[in-house]
Write a new protein. Structure first.
Length: 250
């Protein structure tokens, strides 16, 4: 069949559409390749996640670092934690320490961490919070609420530093399970934490991070936090560790 003069333009349009579909929905274009690649990456646990692993050939999760486009389903749901979440939060807490602090804390100490013991502590914290402004938020995948599949959590409250003005809040902890590293869960949790701090009336916030935790420091700096020059020594895992304080306005 003879091709018309419009064929080149039509071919170019079809090719552009295919490229757009492949970029937007890579699983439909190359599902086999995506299935062969590891699922992991960077994120936050302890509040660092550890080592980077390249992501499968798919776009970032919508809503992880910005608004969810119209017609798309947000793959991360943030909600207030309850006492029933204690076992899953404890599991995330321990696994993120074991992955995020590998090489920073003794391996024997990390291996001995017990999610069961942490669960008891978290149940007490969630049942009897220290004050009315203390909040713990969890991230979960929509559709898995009944199974309790918590991907990460963040706890906020007033600054615990002596002499700090009442206008200063604090991110007490932020952890992401290793299985969700690289999915933007840490950024979603941080965004939710900042919103909750603002809603609580605080005008600025701080957090503390181990000086050796380069991954967490990089994450904080990428999300608007800056070191304010404060440092302290703490006893952890049989040794003295240095923590650095980061801060930001809200």
């Amino acid at each position: 069949m003879q091709r018309s003069a419009l064929d080149p333009a039509l071919d170019a349009t079809v090719a552009a559409c295919r490229e757009l579909i492949a970029a937007r929905f890579p699983d439909t274009a190359d599902r086999g390749a995506a299935d062969r690649l590891p699922d992991g990456g960077t994120g936050v646990g302890a509040v660092s996640d550890g080592r980077r692993v390249e992501q499968p050939h798919r776009p970032p999760l919508h809503g992880a670092t910005g608004p969810v486009p119209r017609g798309m389903i947000d793959p991360v749901r943030i909600r207030q934690a309850t006492a029933n979440d204690a076992p899953r939060i404890a599991e995330v807490h321990v696994r993120s320490w074991q992955g995020g602090y590998l090489g920073q804390l003794p391996e024997a100490f990390l291996a001995a961490l017990d999610p069961g013991q942490r669960a008891e502590r978290w149940h007490a914290i969630l049942t009897n919070p220290a004050g009315p402004t203390e909040r713990t938020l969890v991230a979960e995948e929509p559709g898995h609420e009944e199974s309790g599949e918590v991907q990460g959590f963040v706890s906020i409250g007033p600054s615990r530093d002596p002499g700090t003005p009442r206008s200063v809040g604090e991110v007490w902890s932020l952890y992401v399970t290793p299985a969700a590293w690289g999915a933007g869960v840490g950024r979603r949790l941080m965004s939710a934490a900042l919103e909750a701090l603002r809603a609580g009336g605080w005008t600025s916030a701080t957090l503390w991070v181990l000086a050796t935790n380069a991954r967490a420091i990089g994450f904080y700096e990428a999300t608007g936090w800056m070191a304010d020059g404060a440092a302290k020594e703490i006893e952890l895992a049989g040794g003295t560790r240095t923590e650095l304080r980061y801060g930001r306005t809200l």
